[in-house]
Structure formats: structure tokens, C-alpha cells
Ligand binder design. Structure first.
Ligand SMILES: [Zn+2]
Ligand SMILES: [Zn+2]
Length: 188
């Protein structure tokens, strides 16, 4: 299976029983098959944080504004849920197999432990940008997009280092309904 963003061969990585395909040694993107997605809501927050730190190569250029092919279905293009040039993240989904492609971008560059105030501010701005754009509750009029947004929260709960979890919608807490009542916590 090849990376939809840079075409490098994806490597299988298993963490807490969740199997993810990682673009190791190249762009650092992650592919979650639908079977892996289903497991995420039962996993502890931050239990997949090491996936953020798969080895990346310097200078791999990824086009954020074009559609990528599904690494599983190959001839299907991924649907873009959200991307940011500022924070260099991207979250796409395949409408056919249900898999998610994610490049966490700037979140992967933040220190996992002992973040400075500026690191926390970056994380906060990152999550705001991610969840207050196309994933904003009022933009989620269709049940499918609501489900996708909920899945994106689950993926981020799994990947986000413990130090930043409280910045996620719902504070990264358990199974309770996160949408559409979620709120961002005020500045410290
Ligand atoms: Zn890649
Ligand atoms: Zn697919």
C-alpha cells in the first residue's frame, strides 16, 4: 500500500491493538482503515501518541490542495474534510472503504512533554483551526458529516499527547456526546 500524499510505501504499525499504516521515513502521514477506526473510541486518550512521531524525511513536499487517491481502493479519490497551510495538517476520507488519511502537521512538532506556554498556544490555535472550520457543529448538517467529525475527534483523542488533550473538543474525555455541544476551554 502506498502513501496517497507522497507515494512512499506505507509501513504497518500496531499500537494497543490498532493497526495503522504509517508513511515512515517520508511525509509521516497515517492511514486508518475502517476496522481500525472502529476500535479508537474504546482506546485510552493519548495511547497512540507515538504515531505522531514516526520518522519523517526533511523536505518531502506534499500538495495540500489536491485530492489524493485512496491507498486501499486506488482508483477512488479521498474526500477532503479539512486542511490547513498554516498548520500543515490534512484529514481526508475515502467514501468507498471509509478509511481516513491524516497528516497531523504542526501537532507532530510540538514537544510531547513539558510544553511551554507558546507550545500550548500553538496547540490551541491548531485545534481551533481544525474544529472551528468545516467541522464546526453548524456546518455539520448531514448525519454522515457529523459522524465523520466525531471520528476525527476520536482519531485526535488517540494521537494527541496527554499534555494537550484538554484543548480538544470535550477536553478529550471519554465516550460522551462531543457534538454538537462541544466548547473550547478559555485561555489559562
Ligand atoms: Zn507519505
Ligand atoms: Zn478507499
Amino acid at each position: 500500500m502506498n502513501c496517497p500524499a507522497c507515494n512512499n510505501e506505507l509501513q504497518s504499525v500496531e499500537i494497543t491493538g490498532v493497526k495503522v499504516q504509517a508513511c515512515e521515513g517520508s511525509c509521516g502521514g497515517l492511514w486508518f482503515e475502517w476496522s481500525a477506526i472502529k476500535k479508537l473510541k474504546d482506546r485510552n486518550p493519548a495511547s497512540g501518541e507515538t504515531l505522531l512521531h514516526v520518522e519523517r524525511a526533511e523536505g518531502v513536499h506534499v500538495f495540500r490542495d489536491i485530492q489524493h487517491p485512496c491507498p486501499h481502493c486506488i482508483n477512488t479519490l479521498l474526500y477532503r474534510h479539512c486542511f490547513s497551510r498554516q498548520f500543515n495538517y490534512e484529514v481526508d476520507q475515502c467514501a468507498k472503504c471509509g478509511g481516513f488519511w491524516l497528516d497531523a502537521g504542526a501537532l507532530a512538532r510540538l514537544p510531547q512533554q513539558s510544553p511551554t506556554k507558546s507550545d500550548r498556544q500553538t496547540a490551541k490555535a491548531y485545534f481551533k483551526s481544525l474544529f472551528e472550520g468545516s467541522l464546526k457543529p453548524e456546518n455539520l448538517t448531514h448525519p454522515d458529516t457529523q459522524e465523520a467529525a466525531q471520528t476525527i475527534v476520536h482519531i485526535y483523542r488517540f494521537l494527541t499527547p496527554a499534555e494537550y488533550l484538554r484543548l480538544l473538543p470535550g477536553g478529550g474525555a471519554g465516550q460522551e456526546k462531543i457534538l454538537p455541544d462541544r466548547q473550547f476551554l478559555p485561555d489559562e
